[in-house]
Design a protein around this ligand. Sequence first.
Ligand SMILES: [Zn+2]
Length: 419
Amino acid sequence: MSAEPVLYRAAWVCPVVQPPIQNGCVLVVDGRITAVQAFRDSMELPRFCRTVDLGDVAIVPGLVNAHTHLEFSKLEQPLGKPGIKFADWMRLVVGQRNGNDLLAKHRAIVAGVKESFQAGVWAVGDIATDPVGENSYLAVEQNTPVHTTVFLEQSGRKEASREQQRSELDVHLLKNDLVPESFACGASPQATYSVTWTLLSQICAAAKKHQGIVAMPVAATLAERQLCDSVTGDFVELLQEFDSWDPESFTPRRSIKAFLGRLSQAPQSLVVHGNYLDADELDLIGRNKNMSIVFCPRAHQFFKHSPYPLQEMLKREINVAVGTDSRASSPDLNLFADLQLIAADFPELSAMEVLKLGTVNGALALGKQNDLGTLAVGKQAAISCVINEDLNVGRNLASLDEWLFDSKSRCEPVAGVGR
Ligand SMILES: [Zn+2]
């Protein structure tokens, strides 16, 4: 990061907290934003201030990828074919995971953060399966300015391993007090079908104690709903296969709504996917402002799920963030491509509404709203820009809405900024 003040100017600045500014600029001093406004030749600038004109691009806040699994970042393509049954895909994931040793995981995490940053992402919410994984993130931190929140995955339908898991999670969450600000620790109950009610309750209690965020995939598939409702369906066989089947642990039965109710008791929680949440469940999330939902558009498309209830969520003023999920179900970690898919599938949303999902909403979901998510005075200079070399980027507001998420646009970090 350069200590000298820098004024970045461009055809457009999209602060997200206010309407786009034509011929705008962002002043950065000591890694923080000190002004966001229309550019004027007569502007009063700090001494030794350098001006960098980025040209016909749109400056945007650094993107936030609220849900991924970096350990799969070395995969060249998703596992299985599009439309694969989720239980079959899980079998492939477990096989892949078993073949990954610690060093391979470390390399994948490093590669994943680098790939994310190259696509203009400044914060990542990662699900980690290994408690020593944070060494990898700290190594990464020396080379990129990406904020990482590491959610340690917890699973188990059997009682035996619980004590060990609990102390592992406590140690993980304790790091919230020790590590740099840009690195945070949270917990991730793996899924409604692979954690018991007691384990989920313990995770939420530990999160409360250590101010950690809890991220949990919920209602990702219809098979998951079936298991919760009637303890039947694809997941019964899958759990038996993985020697995790314990029918007693389903008594009493817990509904999807009950799981959400418990998650609402964590200081802050991310409901990941939520592809098949019903109106009542969405109402519950809408009432609890400490809860967010993470939509993973390209992974959603890969599994050929029913249309995503995004409008139902937004109508309830739910904080919807966006994630890539992993390369096991998505072609890459380019969050901007997920935003492009949202813009294409939900043409009723304006470009600024789509941008909000991938910036400020993600920052809120990961508790990073004081530093990231918008271009505003006091925020970290985590800035990216959207470029489209194929179009003659117009300088009127209507055209910005048309080209920002055009299929030929791309996002990258603005060179030279960082913390
Ligand atoms: Zn996931």
